[in-house]
Design a protein around this ligand. Structure first.
Ligand code: ARG
Length: 460
């Protein structure tokens, strides 16, 4: 007979290589805390419902607490022969307390047990990720405040487009992270539902109380359908999707920071403590953190694709394929948490080179829209004003000068509507100040965004 907990109907032990292939203990051991908490709640419910004795319940809870202490002290030998965290703990419990340990799995299957553990684990990690998002949002707001009057070129097609405030740019990332935060809130809600009591798939013949388990473990609801309870991996797919979108945001930021750190842009300087050097080129200071986060976004997206692909062809209810839900999930959790934490530091340590940014704005034509808007305000239709401004740019390119360098005479040649106040209208400071529409880049609007951000941070 096989020595496995399920060995009764087997005449041989599992082949060694198969054992190793099908085990998940190498990675699911990180859910030990959830497994033990879930088992204690289950045992207490079994006792309360008269399914096991109070005495057995006491032995089980004491035994599980001792095992928790052992694991936390590093005194637990996880065995690959016992396949997963659930059987490792159950076997150790029975070795410790004897027969009572064998009663713990009454009215339970590993299918609903693993679902419970994973729900609890994702719920906890989602709360952690949300806190880290919040901290990075704070870093964006602090940096936006610190440099609240710095003007930089805003880009489209990576061509200088219109002058903007650097703080406006930082607040764009703040806004993206608001949506990330709310996406993770949705994930939290969807993993705050308790699957235990579904049994293997169809419920159980014992008079259990699922609400009692939910209450002990702080779940807001119980899965109303046992088949769905053991088969549902939506919350994992949602976590991976939310994480992938978040990583895409961080990756776009990374791309910008890599550019900004280049000699060609020279818009920011990262703290020495956040960069690395080259083993060959002594002068190098590389933005590795940003590059790595940009790289890791790909890996997170990969985990999302793997999970969607794993689940798409599965019939109800549990299939062993579902064990594949964990490694990608755990890796994503680690990746997202690490990236968020590292980025909060990096942003706080980043120095903005105000002068270079302003110079970049002064030495381009990103005030051409403002030149057109000037004429519109003097009565010219926008299409015509666009064309006059385009001609002014063309003329300046030929003359090797900027719009600000044009004389009144030159302006007048292009349109009689130009007056001396045009000079003021096309200064970068004025261009920014005049973009005062709601959500725009003006100082006043950005300050409003900052005040709103403070409020959001308080409420989130
Ligand atoms: N280690 C398994 C998993 O992660 C636990 C559930 C196993 N259930 C089963 N019937 N083999 O999915």
């Amino acid at each position: 007979m096989s020595e496995q907990l399920w060995g009764g109907r087997f005449s041989k032990s599992t082949d060694e290589m198969i054992n190793e292939f099908q085990a998940s203990i190498q990675f699911d051991k990180r859910m030990y805390h959830e497994d033990i908490a879930g088992s204690i709640a289950h045992a207490r419910m079994l006792a309360k419902c008269g399914i096991i004795s109070n005495d057995d319940c006491q032995k089980i809870t004491d035994g599980l607490k001792a095992i928790l202490a052992d694991i936390e002290a590093g005194n637990f030998d996880f065995s690959i022969d016992l396949e997963d965290i659930h059987m490792n703990i159950e076997k150790r419990l029975t070795d410790r307390i004897g027969e009572a340990g064998g009663r713990l799995h009454t009215a339970r299957s590993r299918n609903d047990q693993v679902a419970l553990d994973t729900h609890m684990y994702v719920r906890k990690e989602t709360a952690d990720v949300s806190k880290l998002i919040l901290d990075l949002q704070k870093a964006f707001v602090e940096t936006a405040r610190k440099y609240d009057d710095v003007i930089m070129p805003g880009y489209t097609h990576l061509q200088r487009a219109q002058p903007i405030l650097f703080s406006h740019h930082m607040l764009a990332y703040f806004s993206m992270l608001c949506r990330d935060f709310s996406r993770f809130k949705g994930v939290y809600e969807r993993c705050d539902i308790m699957p235990l009591g579904a049994g293997a798939l169809a419920g159980t013949t014992f008079p259990i109380d699922r609400q009692m388990v939910a209450k002990q473990l702080n779940f807001s609801a119980v899965y109303p359908n046992s088949l769905d309870a053991v088969s549902d991996r939506d919350y994992i797919m949602e976590f991976l999707a939310a994480a992938s979108i978040l990583m895409v945001h961080l990756s776009r930021l990374s791309e910008e920071i890599v550019l900004w750190c280049s000699r060609e842009f020279s818009f920011v300087e990262l703290d020495d403590a956040h960069c690395t050097g080259s083993s060959m080129m002594p002068q190098k200071k590389n933005p590795d953190v940003s590059e790595l986060v940009r790289g890791k976004a790909g890996r997170t997206i990969g985990h999302l694709m793997a999970m969607l692909t794993t689940v798409k062809g599965l019939p109800l209810a549990y299939n062993k394929d579902l064990q594949e839900d964990k490694e990608g999930l755990f890796d994503t959790i680690d990746t997202v948490k690490f990236s968020l934490a590292v980025y909060a530091q990096l942003i706080r340590g980043m120095k903005v080179k105000k002068e270079t940014m302003l110079k970049a704005v002064q030495e381009d034509f990103s005030n051409a829209t403002d030149l057109a808007d000037y004429l519109v305000k003097k009565g010219m239709p926008f299409r015509q004003a666009h064309s006059v401004s385009g001609k002014a740019v063309h003329y300046c390119i030929e003359q090797h000068k900027w719009l600000e360098d044009m004389t009144m005479e030159e302006f007048k040649k292009l349109s009689a509507l130009f007056e001396p106040d045009v000079k003021e209208a096309i200064r970068p400071e004025t261009c920014v100040k005049n973009r005062n529409s709601y959500g725009g880049t003006s100082y006043a609007q950005t300050q409003m965004q900052l005040t709103a951000a403070d409020q959001i941070l308080k409420e989130q």
